[in-house]
Write a protein that binds this ligand. Sequence first.
Ligand SMILES: Cc1cc2nc3c(=O)[nH]c(=O)nc-3n(C[C@H](O)[C@H](O)[C@H](O)COP(=O)(O)OP(=O)(O)OC[C@H]3O[C@@H](n4cnc5c(N)ncnc54)[C@H](O)[C@@H]3O)c2cc1C
Length: 216
Amino acid sequence: MSLGNRFDQTAVGHQFGVVRVGPDKAFSRGLVRLRTTDAKDEPHVSFNLLSDERDLARMIYGIRFACKVLSADAIQKASFSIFAGAYTDWTRRLGIKTWYNKILTEVGAFALDLGVLPRNAIMRVVTSSGYGIDELLRDDHAAEAFARETALGNWHACGTVRMGAKGDRDACVDSAGRVLGIKNLRVADASIMPAIPCANIHLTTIMAAEKLSDCI
Ligand SMILES: Cc1cc2nc3c(=O)[nH]c(=O)nc-3n(C[C@H](O)[C@H](O)[C@H](O)COP(=O)(O)OP(=O)(O)OC[C@H]3O[C@@H](n4cnc5c(N)ncnc54)[C@H](O)[C@@H]3O)c2cc1C
């Protein structure tokens, strides 16, 4: 679970705190595949989020845990409205830096403080998933649908060119980052991680880069 006191950099986003849940160390496996033989073409990238049932189960557990925490009296007293959010098309569009969005989000931020009715109306349009907190706690189908409809990546893609020992069928680079079967080519970035760290991965990436620069 991670907490933020701002949703994003817009004026409206500054008025939302956000609770995010999800398994760092996911069981689901994504893939990266070449689309064509032209090196300049974008590859096909698919995260396959929640494709492993164990991730879905942990996600639902996390969502419900967050719902229970947010329903506690102390939190209810300290906040205006609690809702099951989503990163909607509206949220995405309003996050783009333009003058129009700046004005719109500042007016929205002002309107949020006018009272419950305008606040709920804005949230319903801009960032609500449409699911109620009680519904998520009570209804298994709603909890699964909410998880599947709102799950996002956590910007920690890694492991597409994994490091491994000799004989490891899935290994692409050796312990010095050398690409197996190709001379004079090394990889030194987050893609070599053989397993997803159970945390944000920036430090691990730097550690791997330091180690591999020593090898070079
Ligand atoms: C929005 C966001 C927030 C994040 N927040 C955190 C956080 O709070 N904590 C944390 O631990 N991790 C965080 N991460 C994850 C972390 O930043 C990345 O895992 C890490 O930067 C990966 O390092 P990398 O060297 O593998 O790739 P990158 O840092 O992506 O480096 C790849 C480099 O290759 C360059 N490049 C791409 N194509 C070419 C080309 N054809 N020719 C030459 N150069 C090229 C790019 O310009 C880039 O500089 C975040 C990631 C994102 C996207």
